[in-house]
Write a protein that binds this ligand. Structure first.
Ligand code: OAD
Length: 247
């Protein structure tokens, strides 16, 4: 572990183009539950019922209410040292003329709250809503909203959370930017993700395939551990600050 930390630190100190994939684990120390495993969201709730277009069509009020409740829970949550270390790393890489892309599967907005600039929200955000039929979209942030489902101002259909649900495509422009970053980076980090949900997890394979140096930070081994050059096991909020010069 000590050797992996030192190696990762020196790789990041020299990195020109950095791409990162983050998942629920980076927000766990802020108090946001992860999706899989004991106590995970999908252990207590049904993804088919609450996170699919079919579920929304069947019972829109239930899906709306559940997301609304999650949004209100997230309103009280603060970013942690792991988010902050990534924002510091971005500032350093950009200051020396490199590029930094943070593709996150998280919908909680905590990377942006910590100061990250170039964030690609692969699975959307809970802080916006969009029309279930047309292209109308609205940022709602943490404003309390009615339990009554709002209607689209353009076409009158139900609004829904701006989140990519199971069986849905990722936003094409966001995915293309993430894939480009994975192909072009010289260092790729995968942090706090089980790496089982595609296409997001495919970014790790893309980066590894081009010969980028790959580093994983996770509490435990994952589907990606065999693929990466360095696998660091522990809490993201404790490991990431050790890899970066903090401001
Ligand atoms: P998962 O719940 O599948 O995985 C969370 C990962 O974080 C696990 O590998 C944990 O070991 C790790 N972990 C937990 N606490 C950690 C900590 N403090 N430091 C480091 N690692 C930690 O979450 P994701 O991989 O993000 O999609 O899940 C991917 C997608 O599946 C989500 O975006 C969501 C879900 O269904 C949608 O809702 C569309």
């Amino acid at each position: 572990m000590e050797q992996g930390l030192a190696q990762s630190r020196s790789i990041l100190a020299d990195a020109g183009n950095v791409a990162v994939l983050s998942g629920a684990g980076i927000s766990a120390e802020s108090g946001v539950p992860t999706y899989r495993g004991a106590g995970g969201i999908w252990e207590g709730f049904s993804a088919a019922e609450l996170a699919s277009a079919e579920g929304f069509a069947r019972d829109p009020a239930k899906v709306w209410g559940w997301h609304n409740q999650r949004r209100m829970q997230l309103a009280a949550i603060k970013f942690n040292a792991g988010h902050k270390a990534l924002a510091d790393l971005e500032a350093q890489v950009v200051a020396r003329g490199g590029t930094f892309t943070l593709a996150t599967q998280n919908i909680d907005g905590l990377h942006q709250a910590a100061g990250s600039q170039n964030v690609l929200e692969l699975h959307g955000t809970i802080l916006a809503i969009r029309c279930s039929t047309c292209t109308d979209k609205r940022h709602i942030g943490f404003e309390p909203v009615d339990d009554e489902i709002p209607r689209c101002r353009e076409c009158g259909a139900y609004m829904r959370p701006d989140i990519v649900w199971f069986g849905e495509q990722l936003p094409a422009d966001v995915w293309e930017a993430a894939a480009k970053a994975a192909y072009e980076c010289d260092v790729f980090m995968t942090i706090g993700t089980s790496a089982v949900v595609y296409p997001a997890a495919g970014l790790i394979e893309m980066a590894a395939g081009t010969g980028a140096k790959t580093i994983e930070v996770n509490l435990q081994r994952t589907a990606a551990s065999g693929l990466v050059n360095i696998s660091l096991q522990g809490k993201a909020g404790e490991i990431l600050p050790q890899l970066v010069d903090l401001t």
